[in-house]
Write a protein that binds this ligand. Sequence first.
Ligand code: RB5
Length: 154
Amino acid sequence: MRIALGCDHGGFPLKRRILAVIQAAGHEVVDCGTDSNCAVDYPDYAVKVGQVILDKQAERGVLLCGSGVGISVAANKIPGIRAGICHDTYSAHQGVEHDDMNVLCLGARIVGEELAVELVQAFVKAQFTNEERHVRRLGKVLQIERDALDGKFS
Ligand code: RB5
């Protein structure tokens, strides 16, 4: 599978290791930057990763920022992106299995590097179960998205 990887400067310290972990798990990385510690704006990288997924150049994404919060909030504004901050391994795979999470967000200032590695490994191995109750709930989530695009919440 192809996985888009993006981060801001807060997430950059984790980036090289996460890139290597994704490749070691047999996946291809679409590198969406950033490439240094220079300060950048996390929404820009959420958009880069989201766009790659919507363009079908990647099936999933991993986003890193300082806390994981800003970049997940930004990514979830993109229709079709289901991003979650997961700082425990159960959520990192269950978010995919039950919720079809397609972007994993991590806070590089919150999780240690070894835990981050296990989180990414759990995320990339997991598959959506397609069980009826999860499909039904996901359908309701997607309906919220459609309603928002139709201006229902304006
Ligand atoms: C950058 O300093 C920091 O605000 C950002 O990486 C992230 O933590 C935002 O949620």
